[in-house]
Design a protein around this ligand. Structure first.
Ligand SMILES: C[S@@+](CC[C@H](N)C(=O)[O-])C[C@H]1O[C@@H](n2cnc3c(N)ncnc32)[C@H](O)[C@@H]1O
Length: 271
């Protein structure tokens, strides 16, 4: 396990993932009943943008730093700025479990899971003041299996692997069929990288996800460079099962201002 998210915290891909994650949770919370959030690959939860690691890559400059300098009129972009503003003023960037924890109502519940032993310690510290949040130390796919369907019946499973393993895409595909058997109506958000050397795997992911025939299976991709650019992360995608109503329309509505701030382009489609 070599992957450390601190090198990438707050980059364009984090912004896109967290922006949509916030919108989905916000939608689920329109109902009074409690919601369940499982962050299966949680990371540490809070990233120090002034740390040596973040300063080495400066990836956050083209992400959260640019984003926070922009005045948006779109409500979802503004709401995301409001959610991260306090941490950003302290040169911190909140990862997915802390973002979710900050949004929890008393009736909601979060499980944040992390396998890396050092990251786990930081995650526990960063979530300790949140009563409805608990931390687990398991393999992500085991923790998902153990917790679906949740007792709340409404919830979000965030699946954000580091893609260190060559077969991570295949692993995801195998798991998706399992999830369908256990909890077909759950909202699953899967993040994936778009790199020139793994475009076939992305196409296979679409095909396998489509074959499952889960309701409202929707993909949204944020590209900052051409898909075929040989080196590096050209973009990222979110594959969502049971995509809540309004999310595709809301992502379309925020796209001009998002790409105006960070550059790039967004394309979205149902599978
Ligand atoms: C991309 S980062 C997560 C970022 C986080 N979701 C966020 O948006 O702030 C992936 C995390 O998964 C952890 N990880 C890697 N393999 C894992 C596994 N099999 N089960 C659980 N966590 C794992 C890594 O240590 C890393 O912290």
């Amino acid at each position: 396990m070599n992957y450390r998210h601190i090198y990438h915290a707050g980059n364009f891909a984090d912004i896109f993932k967290h922006l949509v994650f916030r919108m989905v949770l916000d939608y689920v919370q329109q109902k009074e009943k409690g919601a369940f959030v499982l962050d299966a690959f949680a990371g540490v939860g809070l990233y120090d943008l002034s740390s040596d690691q973040a300063q080495r890559t400066l990836e956050y400059e083209g992400g959260i730093a640019a984003f926070m300098q922009t005045a948006f009129s779109n409500a979802d972009l503004g709401a995301f700025q409001d959610l991260v503003r306090k941490d950003f003023s302290l040169k911190l960037y909140a990862g997915s479990p802390v973002l979710a924890a900050n949004m929890l109502r008393p009736q909601d519940r979060l499980i944040a899971n992390e396998l890396h032993p050092e990251d786990l310690i930081d995650l526990r510290v960063n979530l300790k003041t949140y009563k409805n949040a608990s931390v687990t130390h398991q393999d992500a796919y085991e923790v998902i299996r153990a917790n679906i369907p949740p007792k709340e019946r409404r919830g979000i499973i965030l699946v954000d692997p580091p893609f260190e393993k060559k077969d991570e895409f295949q692993l995801l595909v195998q798991q998706m069929a399992e999830w369908k058997k256990r909890w077909e109506t759950g909202c699953y958000i899967l993040w994936y990288p778009i790199k020139a050397n793994a475009l076939t795997q992305v196409d296979d992911l679409y095909a396998e996800a489509a074959a499952l025939k889960i309701n409202r299976t929707w993909v949204s991709e944020f590209m900052i460079r051409d898909r075929e650019t040989p080196e590096g992360l050209n973009g990222c995608g979110l594959l969502i099962f049971n995509t809540p109503f309004q999310i595709p329309e809301r992502v379309e509505a925020l796209t001009p201002e998002l790409t105006g701030s960070l550059g790039g382009s967004v394309r979205s489609f149902y599978l």
